[in-house]
Design a protein around this ligand. Structure first.
Ligand code: CA
Length: 221
């Protein structure tokens, strides 16, 4: 899952970014409204963490603009203590949730997970495809009765596949959701990671779950 942080305070952005990366998310950071809007419109994010107080346009305006463009992704707004009016304004502008500074990383993470769980097809923190099960909270993967050790990237990749089970995902989609903007789009990094992942989840099983769709990408089924 890929997250955009729009926040001018470098300390907060780096604290949130580090934490999210450690949890296996891909993270991009924009320090001002212009870069934030541009990234949000150009890339495909699964969620935006949006600070309300930015140097020029504020978070509320950015939120409104994104909603006007029919961007439906979850947005969590960071507000400052005891500004009730602002919170109401944030929700009215289309934010899904807000968090008051100072906040703990654990709380932000819990809210992010709650928002990412929202799609109707996903019930609870566990994803299941056939006998493969991924727990987004404990970061464990089990196939049958055997637990599988994955690297952070492999875990994120598998989570993306499982959330989109039955859908063919192009290399570009995978790149956009699982990697951050520093990845070179011309490398074969997706294929390499899929190969590693497949080795771990499929190689010892007769029934394969991760399929290559020739000329397009991959599908988990
Ligand atoms: Ca700020």
């Amino acid at each position: 899952m890929r997250i955009l942080i729009v926040e001018d305070e470098e300390g907060i952005a780096s604290f949130v970014g580090k934490g999210l990366r450690a949890e296996g998310f891909s993270v991009d950071w924009a320090a001002d409204d212009r870069k934030g809007l541009w990234l949000a419109k150009t890339n495909t994010y699964d969620l935006i963490v949006l600070d309300i107080k930015l140097p020029e346009k504020d978070g509320i305006e950015i939120c409104r603009e994104l909603r006007k463009e029919k961007k439906t992704l979850p947005i969590i707004m960071l507000t400052v203590k005891s500004e009730t009016a602002t919170k109401v304004e944030a929700l009215n502008a289309g934010a899904d949730d807000y968090l008051t500074k100072p906040f703990s990383f654990e709380e932000l993470l819990a809210r992010i997970r709650a928002l990412l769980r929202r799609p109707e097809t996903i019930v609870g923190p566990k994803l299941k495809v056939n006998d493969l099960e991924l727990d987004t909270l404990s970061h464990t993967v089990v196939r049958g009765s055997k637990s599988i050790q994955l690297s952070k990237k492999e875990f994120t990749l598998l989570e993306y596949f499982m959330r989109n089970a039955g859908i063919t995902l192009t290399r570009n989609m995978i790149l956009e959701h699982v990697w951050d903007m520093n990845v070179d789009p011309f490398t074969n990094t997706v294929d390499v990671h899929v190969r590693f992942l497949r080795e771990k989840i499929d190689s010892r099983h007769r029934r394969k779950l991760l399929h290559t769709i020739h000329g397009i990408g991959y599908k988990m089924e």
